[in-house]
Design a protein around this ligand. Structure first.
Ligand code: FES
Length: 148
């Protein structure tokens, strides 16, 4: 079955933003889909603002996965760069998919990797700063495997 991708998905897949790593990141999160084997890593550089909100100064990703996972990583990193850490936490996989003008329904689970990896990176940052961890959602049920 051929899948139809939006132009934005194809554009972000062909020309992904923020690919790479950050040395000594303030936060590192890795999410993997055990069913398809795809893996996404998110690296954060966070600027702490005493008395104000911490801001994501830079973000990079490495994704070993399908086109939807790469496009979702690219879009998600664009959406959290320059935002506060709290705003980044609130980014949902559906918002990422919407920003890509949608993903095929059987590919929605690929965008879940981005939300999960960002949450893990933020909690890694919080742990390094001695802050309480934010409870993570159980993503196990959201990792489906697609038929193509
Ligand atoms: Fe594995 Fe898309 S993330 S198929």
């Amino acid at each position: 079955m051929a899948l139809t991708y939006s132009e934005k998905v194809m554009e972000h897949f062909s020309n992904p933003r923020n690919v790479g790593e950050i040395d000594n990141p303030d936060g590192l999160g890795e999410a993997g889909n055990p069913r398809c084997g795809d893996i996404m890593k998110i690296y954060l550089k966070v600027k702490d603002n005493p008395g104000g909100a911490a801001v994501i100064e830079d973000v990079k990703f490495k994704t070993f996965g399908c086109a939807s996972a790469i496009a979702s990583s690219s879009m998600a990193t664009e959406m959290i760069k320059g935002r506060t850490v709290d705003e980044a936490w609130d980014l949902t996989n559906t918002a990422v998919a919407d920003a890509l003008d949608g993903l095929p329904p059987i590919k929605m689970h690929c965008s879940v990797l981005a939300e999960e990896a960002i949450h893990k990176a933020i909690n890694d940052y919080r742990e390094k700063r001695g802050l309480d961890l934010i409870p993570m959602k159980d993503y196990g049920d959201e990792h489906e495997v697609c038929a193509v």
